[in-house]
Design a protein around this ligand. Sequence first.
Ligand SMILES: C[S@@+](CC[C@H](N)C(=O)[O-])C[C@H]1O[C@@H](n2cnc3c(N)ncnc32)[C@H](O)[C@@H]1O
Length: 211
Amino acid sequence: VPKGHRWHASFYDRLMRSTERRIMADLRARVLGPLEGTVLEVGAGTGANLPYYTRAARVVATEPDPYMLEKARERLRDVNHPAIDLKLASAEALPFPDASFDHAVATLVFCTVPDPERALREVRRVLKPTGRFHFVEHVRGEGLVGRVQDALRPVWKFFAAGCVINRRTAELIESAGFVIESLERRRLQFGVPLLVGVARPAERQSPASAR
Ligand SMILES: C[S@@+](CC[C@H](N)C(=O)[O-])C[C@H]1O[C@@H](n2cnc3c(N)ncnc32)[C@H](O)[C@@H]1O
């Protein structure tokens, strides 16, 4: 568990305010509102998603940065849901048994996770075989946008608390053993693509079908 980013945690909501109004708030409502059953959120940050879990029976929101988690705790006080828990944990090492959630959620997280392959395998492990992984992630664009993202990567990483601006998250999701069922491409800002998707665990090959 990292030591955390105190400054980033205190300014995150203010830095995100216009993005929230323009695009994120609607997406959060649309993606999270319908989820039922048990939900795991990774990288919950300041808890921006917490008000939107209106139908879920139980939500466990995890976050490895203690300063972010503290902000999420403050936000949770105003959320009217009887069963949302917050837990300090990295997505690379989720403290839950296999196949324990109906849904997993990540919004603007896999850009920042240091080992996304490992984290995605963890998400897959804790999801039920019938479960779904819902993600909203900015990714590397095509052409000039992608090349600008490549060039900005080191500076951006420093100023944006570890965010890797040119990550190819959809490809990583698939190679971690998911099938992407739906994928909508929006624009976050400056032509940077924002993917809104749902993935399900790919069926493991049984010894019989491998023959
Ligand atoms: C850009 S913020 C997004 C926060 C929130 N999900 C949202 O939609 O506003 C990225 C978050 O990922 C978290 N993060 C960084 N490394 C992580 C890891 N290894 N596992 C899970 N979350 C991580 C950061 O602490 C931060 O809270």
